[in-house]
Write a protein that binds this ligand. Structure first.
Ligand code: SF4
Length: 86
């Protein structure tokens, strides 16, 4: 991870409340492979409907344990799996 690679963290009203460091691509990919086969993975219903309406990719998933979107969660360097899988 190099300095300056960060993503915004939002509160429930969409306001930026801080900045989070990005994990390197290899780490994010390894985490995503673990999540992909986890029984806590679930599709986000509302995003799925939105994406379907616009004809885009439906593969939007979140972690049932913490509620976080998987692609975002796995790309934050300081993120952790709530049940210790990564
Ligand atoms: S973060 Fe952990 S509990 Fe959540 S889907 Fe991924 S492996 Fe499963």
């Amino acid at each position: 991870m190099s300095a300056g690679e960060q993503v915004p963290a939002y509160d429930h009203q969409g306001r930026i409340i801080g900045w989070l460091p990005i994990a390197d691509a290899e780490t994010a990919h390894a985490r995503q492979e673990i999540c992909r086969y986890c029984d806590r993975l679930e599709q986000i219903p509302f995003v799925g409907q939105m994406m379907d309406f616009f004809g885009a990719d439906l593969s939007q998933y979140r972690c049932r344990e913490c509620g976080c979107p998987i692609l975002s969660k796995t790309r934050v360097a300081t993120s952790t799996c709530p049940i210790g899988k990564w």
